[in-house]
Design a binder for this molecule. Structure first.
Ligand code: NAP
Ligand code: MN
Length: 265
């Protein structure tokens, strides 16, 4: 088996990466920066997002493992003092591969369509004022949105930005996308549902913006400002992301430990 490490860049993460390489070499694991099978993220959830986007072209051929150097992460389930155990298991055990849904986002402009993928969420916000957009679901008008923005999250991203907006926490076995509003304005012209909406696989929504509006778009942590977008199509991606699990760590345990702090003795 071969692997690559993406670390957060801080002192502790770099030291852990060095230690991992030494332990891995002693256990017959090969470092492979170009075509790895395993991508080890050392840092936080943000580091795993970086690792994900830097391996997006080979997403079907890699599995991710997260080591956290701060608080417990959603994606990072190994602790800094468990590196030896992790390397041992990687060298000797078959992992269980769990596959989580992703969001597919297509940006339609005069020049054509570009396709993007998000692990946590896609975010759209107005730059010069409120964002004005028509939202269609399955090619039918659903609502006219005016407000700060819209967050379209995956199930595994439902515990991130979506949760801060009052969205529901969704188990990653439910292949879906959640639309959550950021501070919508409601009056006679602009009226939105207010609660967040869950779209199943094979449904799609289009966010159709007023012409020439400057918007800030984000795919996870990756931001861009655009003024050439006609519409944005959001759906559950055909591709999934894989995580390698050498021991069980159920989603609801992670939710409990990260947000509620109850440890089961
Ligand atoms: P960041 O500002 O460090 O991230 C914000 C927090 O979200 C961090 O504590 C991060 O954990 C955590 N996080 C990331 N993915 C998560 C997940 N799937 N479930 C639970 N918590 C998660 O920026 P970043 O590290 O580059 O992460 C980008 C993410 O920040 C975006 O994808 C978005 O979800 C989130 N965000 C949240 C808000 C908000 O809640 N108001 C606003 C903007 C962006 P780590 O510290 O372990 O990295
Ligand atoms: Mn972070």
């Amino acid at each position: 088996m071969n692997y690559v490490i993406v670390d957060r860049g801080d002192q502790l993460s770099k030291e852990l990466a060095d230690r991992f390489h030494i332990l891995a070499a002693a256990n017959g694991l090969k470092r492979n920066d170009d075509t790895p099978e395993m991508v080890i993220s050392i840092g936080g959830d943000g580091t795993l997002l970086q690792a994900f986007h830097s391996h997006i072209d080979r997403i079907a051929d890699v599995a991710f493992i997260g080591v956290h150097t701060g608080h417990l992460g959603f994606f990072a389930d190994w602790k800094a003092d468990e590196l030896e155990q992790l390397v041992n298991m990687m060298a000797n055990d078959e992992p269980r591969i769990v596959r989580y849904p992703l969001a597919q986002i297509e940006l339609v402009t005069d020049e054509g369509t570009s396709s993007h993928v998000a692990l946590n969420e896609f975010t759209i916000k107005g730059v010069d004022g409120t964002l004005v957009a028509q939202i269609d679901i399955n090619d039918e008008l659903f609502e006219m949105f005016r407000g700060d923005g819209i967050v379209v999250s995956t199930p595994s991203g439902s515990t991130a930005y979506n949760k801060s907006l009052g969205g529901a926490v969704i188990h990653p076995s439910i292949e879906s996308l959640q639309l959550a509003e950021i501070a919508s304005i409601n009056n006679r012209v602009y009226r939105t549902l207010g609660s967040s909406v869950l779209l199943p696989q094979h449904h799609h929504c289009d966010i159709i913006s007023r012409k020439d509006q400057r918007m800030q778009l984000a795919f996870d942590h990756l931001n861009m400002t655009r003024d050439d977008i006609h519409s944005i199509r959001c759906s559950v991606a055909d591709r999934k992301v894989s995580f390698a699990r050498y021991r069980p760590f159920p989603f609801w345990t992670r939710v409990r430990e990260a947000f509620l702090g109850y440890d089961v003795k």
